[in-house]
Design a protein around this ligand. Sequence first.
Ligand code: DP6
Length: 320
Amino acid sequence: MRTVAQAQPNIALIKYWGKRDVDRNLPAVDSLSVTLDSLWTRMSLKFDEQLERDTLTVNGSTAPSMLQRVSNCLDLVAGDERARARVDSTSNFPIGAGLASSAAAFAALVVAADEAAGTRHGTSTLARLAGAASGSAARSLFAGFVELTAGDVEIEVRNIAACASWPLTIIVAVTAEEPKPIGSTEAMIRSARTSPFYSSWLEQQDGDLETARDAVQQKDIAKLAAVAEHNCLKMHSVMWASRPPIVYWNQATLACMQTIRSLQADGHGVFFTIDAGPQLKAVCLPEAGDIVRAALEQTRGVIRTLQSGLGPGARLLEQE
Ligand code: DP6
């Protein structure tokens, strides 16, 4: 029997950047995100006693570079004694280009593996297991507005507001589709070791999180915009000041930032955020969606845009 689970990527408004424990992949800071609805990754999984080793395909092609992480994650969910697995992943958005593809992939993987192995871990435990594979994946287990609290021993993840309570629209401006030059895991380790701004990044995170949480509860877009943009630019400043520097942006990323600034000057409820890649994500009030999308599509260097509302956490789709 094959088990299929689906998860959506999430976009952090207050970012996870840095690890307090690299081996256990424990984040150094708390974070706050929104889970999307229209971008998805589906994981189809079958444990098979006849298989000698795990296999993985991503959008129909074998993916040897990801296989070890997938196998480790399956061990965490189903135990080292488990049968080997055939895993097939499909996504409807670009992989490895700063669109949180690993978040959606590992969130879907833990749900599929839990069902196939019959382990019934429960959502909080599955979030911890997904987070051990990729920190941001833990947040995709939950719907809507999600907060991740990073303790010394383990993480806690919870929904802080439902999708319907403030149905924001996300427009992703895709400015490059090739995989990013350096993965976020390595980039975080380099930031912690070499960036002179890393310690102030850590110090200010709790304050940013509190402001963002209040803004979500009050549905105050101006307040959320100010803190989320500042938090994003601080994270990138940490990266830029690392040695060697980590720069994920391209010219179109900057052009998109200027587009958002003009929209804000015209009074539209919108702000930007950017992750470990060159794509810009615009977060806006639903009534601003059409104008934001049109403006980003006309921005020089934008290849295409993707639009999404807020959506559910990772879930089982079917058994075949
Ligand atoms: C910039 O979750 O990909 O998107 O735990 O090393 O797999 P690992 O990192 P990952 O990092 C995400 C970083 C970010 C910010 C965020 O999503 O909070």
